[in-house]
Design a binder for this molecule. Structure first.
Ligand SMILES: Nc1ncnc2c1ncn2[C@@H]1O[C@H](COP(=O)(O)OP(=O)(O)OP(=O)(O)O)[C@@H](O)[C@H]1O
Length: 269
């Protein structure tokens, strides 16, 4: 469904008088993502994960390589195909506050993709928005509240409701739980798992958080310095990996209790 093929990227160097050297960020990235699969994209800060996410979302044209969705190139296809890709591939970002217009109500935020892509009667749209609010664990009566009236966790639920409104085939989740407290992280992960079970969507779950990647992903790609350095075909395979970076990431996980380090390699996931 998603085919990322030999993608490389560098950001142009800035500077007014002297042009600075281009910043290489991604090197020859290739992978595929099949329908219904959650692919974790794991790596420490600055490894190029968000840049790759933007490239897949059509927001940043790669300097080399191709990204295809359902057989159509995400940059060079005709307008009709690009329109359909925009509908089928949605996103949830880390900063739930800047992802919404603070002047809009929850109903307007969630209803935006429906207004852009579907011709619904006002009554039908209202019904769909109420259904979406309830699906993400909020109340239909929250429809007229503005972002300031919600907590971070609730606002991320609104962003998720907007992302699933069109029943997309793929959601790119870029550090979608990273700004939340641990209770909200757990709740959002289980909400995402439930939504995937209900709708059969694929996720590209971008994170620096090993435990989150292990909890939600079917497969996990590990990135370092703009390259894929390891691919685990299951969370269990990641736990058993001898790759030094993977071991470092696993060792860096916080223990459940400070006085006790669990034997993670034998813990059930
Ligand atoms: N618009 C930009 N112009 C120039 N350099 C950029 C730009 N965006 C990102 N970079 C650089 O590209 C590199 C990769 O950034 P990116 O945000 O993709 O990494 P990341 O793995 O998602 O990190 P984080 O988790 O901290 O967001 C970093 O060195 C960053 O400074």
């Amino acid at each position: 469904m998603l085919d990322v093929s030999h993608v490389s990227h560098h950001y142009a160097g800035g500077g007014r008088l002297w042009r600075k050297a281009a910043v290489p960020v991604l090197h020859d990235i290739s992978f595929t993502l099949e329908p219904g699969v959650c692919l974790g994209l794991l790596g420490v800060s600055g490894t190029g994960k968000s840049t790759l996410g933007k490239i897949i979302l059509g927001l940043q044209r790669p300097t080399a390589g191709r990204v295809c969705f359902a057989g159509h190139d995400c940059y060079t296809s005709d307008r009709r195909s690009l329109h359909s890709i925009r509908r089928e591939v949605q996103a949830v970002f880390q900063d739930c506050y800047s992802a919404v217009n603070p002047l809009m109500t929850a109903g307007q935020i969630i209803g935006e993709p429906l207004r852009n892509y579907e011709r619904l009667s006002p009554l039908e749209q209202k019904r769909r928005v109420a259904e979406l609010l309830e699906q993400v664990g909020l109340q239909a009566s929250d429809v007229d509240k503005r972002p300031a009236a919600f907590s971070g966790g609730q606002l991320q639920r609104i962003n998720i409701a907007r992302a699933i409104a069109l029943r997309p085939k793929l959601i790119v989740l870029d550090e979608a739980i990273s700004s939340l407290d641990m209770v909200n992280q757990t709740q959002i992960l289980s909400l995402l798992a439930q939504l995937r079970a209900d709708y059969g969507m694929s996720y590209l779950f971008i994170t620096h958080h090993v435990q989150a990647a292990l909890t939600i992903s079917d497969r996990i790609i590990v990135m370092d310095a703009g390259q894929i350095v390891y691919t685990a075909n299951s969370p269990q395979a990641l736990m058993k990996s001898q790759h030094p970076l993977v071991q470092q990431l696993i060792a860096a996980r916080l223990p459940e209790h400070p006085s006790r380090r669990l034997d993670w390699s034998s813990s059930s996931l």
